[in-house]
Every structure is written in structure tokens, then in C-alpha cells.
Design a protein around this ligand. Structure first.
Ligand SMILES: NC(=O)c1ccc[n+]([C@@H]2O[C@H](COP(=O)([O-])OP(=O)(O)OC[C@H]3O[C@@H](n4cnc5c(N)ncnc54)[C@H](O)[C@@H]3O)[C@@H](O)[C@H]2O)c1
Length: 258
């Protein structure tokens, strides 16, 4: 494995499972030390333990990204152990479906606090550290729903679009400090919510086949596919990439719906 992230340290939210775990694994395999910033203590500890057993440098920090206090404490845990913060990956999030005419303000606030505000709050507390270091990379995990969407994806798609705006502002306002910001927009990736979607279909196997066939590559993505992209974007090989969105969807969005 190419050690493109030797001497770098990363803070990855929602890294106990799914895409976040795939990102943490790829960052670690590329030489980075990683804090698994995760609300779920069991999966977060397990991921950190398994990375350590594989010979990598990782630790768990229990963080609910909806809480600014948790984020401050989690980044403090990261800094105590690793002394610097080179890579922030804002990955934690969850799809939610509401009727725009029925959703309460409280439900809106909860959804935004998970899918948009949490990413900004992590940036808020990582940026001063990165500025002092005169360098850092922030990767925001958005979605293909940030630019196009499907029926009944409100307000998840709104939050994901917001992450693209956040990415652009970070790139413009912090580039002078050698801080880059990139949004990564996956399509379908084989994680628990997607497996739940297949399992909940009337004909699960037919639904999985239907989804695979939406893709030119005839398969859905794996967490390590997203992790490999994030490892590249976090590395010096991507030193001229900032303020943009990279779509990683197996060609899904290349097809016009006809
Ligand atoms: N799976 C896909 O097809 C897909 C596609 C596009 C974008 N995404 C995005 O990728 C990210 C990860 O999705 P996934 O499919 O791996 O989901 P997942 O549910 O498998 O994993 C999400 C992780 O985030 C953690 N988490 C949830 N709330 C948290 C909080 N408040 N604070 C900290 N951690 C929290 C969960 O415990 C879990 O470990 C999400 O932002 C999602 O919107 C996923």
C-alpha cells in the first residue's frame, strides 16, 4: 500500500461503520493516524481496536456531531494523542424523509444538526488548528442528492446541497492558509442503510438487481471505493484540488432519465 499519508493525522466522524469506516481504513492503510469520532461507542471502539490490531495507529472518541461540546472534547482527545490535525472528514449523516408541508421546526433542526450543522461545527473547531499549522484538508461527504435528487428525499438533499456551499466557502476563505476543502458525493454504496433498503423491498433481490442496473458498471459502490478517493484527496498528490465536488457513483448520474 502506498504510504501517501505518513505523518498525517485524521479525524473521521461516523467512522464506526459504513463509508466512515471504509474511509478510516483507507486513511490508516495509507499511513495516517486516525481518530474514530463516533456516537456509537460499541462500533467506534471496535473499529479503533481492529485498526490497532492490524498495526495501524487509531483511537476512539465518542462524539455526537449534533453537540458542539462533544466536538470540542473529541478534537481535544485527538490533539492530546496526535498533536496535530491534518485531515477532517465530515462523514456522519443519515437519510431522512419528510413531507415539506408537515415537517415540524424541531424535526428540521434535528435533521440539519446532523446532516449540515455538525459538519460546520467540526470545521469551526478544526480550522484554528489547521491555520496554526498552515495546512489541512477538509473532506465533506455529501451525496449525489446534493445536485439532483429523487422523490421524497426532503430535507436530506437540502442539507447535502448545503455541504457543497460549505465546501466552497471553506476553500475561498481558508485557502490562503494552505487549507483545502473538497466535497465527495457518493451514489449508492453498500452500507447498512442501503442493505436495509434492499431488505425492505417487496422483492429484495429484484430491487438490488434494479439498482445495480442503473449503473453503467452494473454494481453499487463499496465503502473502500469512497475511502480510496478520500485518501487521495487528503494527500499531497491532490494539493491543487479545492473548492469542488467529486462525484463517485459508478456512472449513475451520467445517464439521462428517459
Ligand atoms: N450509503 C450510501 O449509499 C450513501 C450515498 C451517499 C452519501 N452517503 C453519506 O455517507 C455518510 C455515511 O453513510 P453510511 O451509508 O455509511 O451510513 P451508516 O448509517 O452505515 O453509518 C453512519 C455512521 O455515522 C454514525 N453517526 C450517526 N449519527 C451520528 C452523530 N450524531 N454523531 C456521530 N456519528 C454519528 C453512525 O453511528 C454510523 O456509524 C452519510 O453522510 C451519508 O449521507 C451515503
Amino acid at each position: 500500500m502506498c504510504q501517501r499519508l505518513t505523518d498525517k493525522s485524521a479525524f473521521v466522524t461516523g467512522a464506526g461503520q459504513g463509508i466512515g469506516r471504509g474511509i478510516a481504513e483507507q486513511l490508516a492503510a495509507n499511513g495516517a493516524s486516525v481518530t474514530i469520532a463516533e456516537i456509537n461507542e460499541e462500533s467506534g471502539r471496535l473499529t479503533a481496536d481492529e485498526l490497532c490490531h492490524a498495526g495501524y495507529d487509531a483511537q476512539f472518541a465518542q462524539v455526537d456531531i449534533r453537540s458542539e461540546d462533544d466536538i470540542v472534547a473529541g478534537i481535544a482527545v485527538h490533539m492530546k494523542r496526535f498533536r496535530k490535525l491534518d485531515i477532517l472528514v465530515n462523514n456522519a449523516g443519515a437519510n431522512q424523509h419528510y413531507d415539506a408541508s408537515q415537517m415540524s421546526v424541531d424535526e428540521w433542526e434535528k435533521s440539519m444538526s446532523l446532516n449540515l450543522r455538525g459538519a460546520w461545527l467540526c470545521c469551526k473547531h478544526a480550522l484554528p488548528i489547521m491555520e496554526a499549522q498552515q495546512g489541512g484538508v477538509i473532506v465533506n461527504i455529501a451525496s449525489v442528492h446534493a445536485t439532483m435528487t429523487s422523490d421524497n428525499f426532503f430535507p436530506y438533499n437540502v442539507a447535502k446541497s448545503g455541504l457543497l456551499g460549505l465546501t466552497r466557502s471553506l476553500a475561498l476563505d481558508w485557502g490562503q492558509h494552505n487549507i483545502r476543502a473538497v466535497a465527495v458525493s457518493p451514489g449508492w454504496v453498500r452500507t447498512q442503510p442501503v442493505l436495509d433498503h434492499f431488505a425492505g423491498a417487496v422483492e429484495p433481490e429484484a430491487e438490488e438487481e434494479r439498482v445495480k442496473n442503473l449503473h453503467p458498471l452494473k454494481r453499487i459502490g463499496e465503502p473502500e471505493n469512497i475511502g480510496a478517493l478520500v485518501a487521495f484527496l487528503a494527500s499531497d498528490e491532490a494539493s491543487y484540488i479545492t473548492g469542488t465536488e467529486i462525484v463517485i457513483d459508478g456512472g449513475l448520474s451520467a445517464r439521462h432519465a428517459d
